[in-house]
Design a protein around this ligand. Structure first.
Ligand SMILES: NC(=O)c1ccc[n+]([C@@H]2O[C@H](COP(=O)([O-])OP(=O)(O)OC[C@H]3O[C@@H](n4cnc5c(N)ncnc54)[C@H](OP(=O)(O)O)[C@@H]3O)[C@@H](O)[C@H]2O)c1
Length: 307
C-alpha cells in the first residue's frame, strides 16, 4: 500500500524539518513546498497550478519569513514580506484544499501566541479573544482567517509559543552569549514567556493529524507558565554558566525597533487548555528538562523511538 502523503509548507525550516523526520518515522510520505528546488520539494507555483498531490491525507503550513532575522531592518517592505509569507502561503494552501477532489483529512496551520495581546495580568486559553492592536496580534488575525477550509477537511490551528530546539529559534540566537557566560534576562525578566519544546510541537502536529476528533484552535505551549527570568535561570543552570547580565529593553528597542523587540520584551500568560483536554501528553512539561535537552554546543538529536 502506498504511504500516506503529508504536504508541508515551509518543511525546510526549523520546525518543518523536525516534523518531516517524525512523520517519516511514522510511515508517512512527506513532500515539502519550498522556494528552493530539491528532491522532496514542490514549489508554491506548482501547487497553485497542479493542486494538492494525489495521496495527500494531511497538509501542514510551517512557512513564514523569520521575525528575528537580524540581517533585515524592520522596514515596511520587510513587514510586508512577513505578512505575505504567512497569509499568502496559507491562502494558497486553503484554496488548493478547497478545490481538490480528494480532500485531505486535515489542514494544520502553525501560528503563534502573538495572537493574544501581551499583558502582565490577563490569562489566556484557547477561548480568549484575539483583539490586540499591535502588529503581531493584527497579523495573526489575518493569517488565521486565510486558513478557512470546508469539511470534510478538519482545520487545526496551533498557536505556538517560543519553540525550544538547538538548531533554530530563540535558543540558536541566545546560545553563544549564554555559553560564554554573558547571557541574562531581557529587561527585568518579569514578562511571561510561553514556550514549547520542538519535539513536543511536532508531536502535537502529528497528534492533530492522527486524531479525527481534534479540530479548532490549540495553544501550542507547555503547561508550565514561566517568565523570562525563569527561562534565563534554567538555561544558565543547564549550561552551568552564570546569566546575570541583563539585556536592557531600551537597547533592544533601539537595535530592533520597539515593534519587533516586543516579542522579547513583552509576553502573555497562555495555557494549553484544549491540548490537555484532548489528552495530549507532553514529553517536556518543565523548563529545566527542556533546557537540558538543548544545552549542547554540538546539537544532539533525540531519536523518535519514544515519541
Ligand atoms: N520558531 C519559533 O520559535 C516559532 C514560534 C512561534 C511560531 N512559529 C511559527 O512557526 C512557523 C515555522 O517557524 P520556523 O522557526 O520553522 O521558521 P524557519 O526556520 O524560518 O522556517 C520557515 C520556512 O518558511 C519558508 N519561508 C521563509 N520565508 C518565506 C517567504 N517569503 N515565502 C514563502 N516561504 C517562506 C522557508 O522555506 P523555503 O526557504 O524552503 O521556501 C522556511 O524554511 C513560522 O510561521 C513561525 O512564525 C515559530
Amino acid at each position: 500500500m502506498a504511504a500516506k502523503g503529508i504536504l508541508v509548507g515551509g518543511g525546510t525550516g526549523f520546525v518543518g524539518k523536525r516534523l518531516g523526520e517524525l512523520l517519516v518515522s511514522k510511515g508517512f510520505n512527506v513532500t515539502n513546498i519550498s522556494r528552493m528546488p530539491a528532491a522532496k520539494n514542490i514549489s508554491w507555483t506548482h501547487l497553485d497550478e497542479h493542486g494538492i498531490p494525489a495521496g495527500t491525507v494531511g497538509v501542514v503550513n510551517c512557512a513564514g519569513q523569520q521575525f528575528m532575522d537580524f540581517t533585515k531592518a524592520w522596514t515596511p517592505g520587510f513587514k510586508q514580506n512577513i505578512l505575505n509569507s504567512r497569509v499568502r502561503t496559507t491562502q494558497t494552501l486553503s484554496n488548493a484544499i478547497n478545490k481538490s477532489v480528494n480532500k485531505p483529512q486535515v489542514f494544520v496551520l502553525i501560528t503563534g501566541v502573538g495572537a493574544y495581546e501581551p499583558s502582565d495580568h490577563k490569562k489566556y486559553d484557547e477561548s480568549s479573544p484575539t483583539t490586540g492592536n499591535d502588529f503581531f496580534s493584527k497579523l495573526l488575525v489575518e493569517w488565521e482567517k486565510a486558513a478557512q477550509v470546508s469539511p470534510p477537511t478538519r482545520l487545526v490551528i496551533i498557536r505556538s509559543g517560543a519553540v525550544l530546539g538547538r538548531d533554530g529559534g530563540m535558543i540558536k540566537n541566545m546560545f553563544l552569549p549564554f555559553f560564554f557566560g554573558v547571557g541574562g534576562p531581557i529587561g527585568n525578566g518579569q514578562q511571561y514567556l510561553p514556550w514549547i519544546h520542538l519535539d513536543d510541537l511536532v508531536r502535537l502536529i502529528h497528534f492533530a493529524i492522527e486524531n479525527p476528533d481534534v479540530k479548532g484552535i490549540l495553544n501550542g505551549v507547555a503547561p508550565q507558565v514561566i517568565r523570562n527570568i525563569d527561562f534565563t535561570k534554567a538555561f544558565a543552570r543547564a549550561l552551568s554558566r552564570p546569566a546575570i547580565i541583563p539585556v536592557p529593553e531600551t537597547i533592544l528597542n533601539i537595535a530592533l525597533n520597539p515593534e519587533r523587540a516586543m516579542i522579547m520584551t513583552k509576553g502573555q500568560h497562555v495555557t494549553p487548555k484544549r491540548v490537555l483536554d484532548y489528552g495530549f501528553k507532553y514529553k517536556y512539561d518543565n523548563i529545566d528538562a527542556a533546557c537540558k535537552s538543548v544545552a549542547h554546543l554540538f546539537p544532539q538529536k533525540q531519536p523518535f523511538t519514544d515519541m
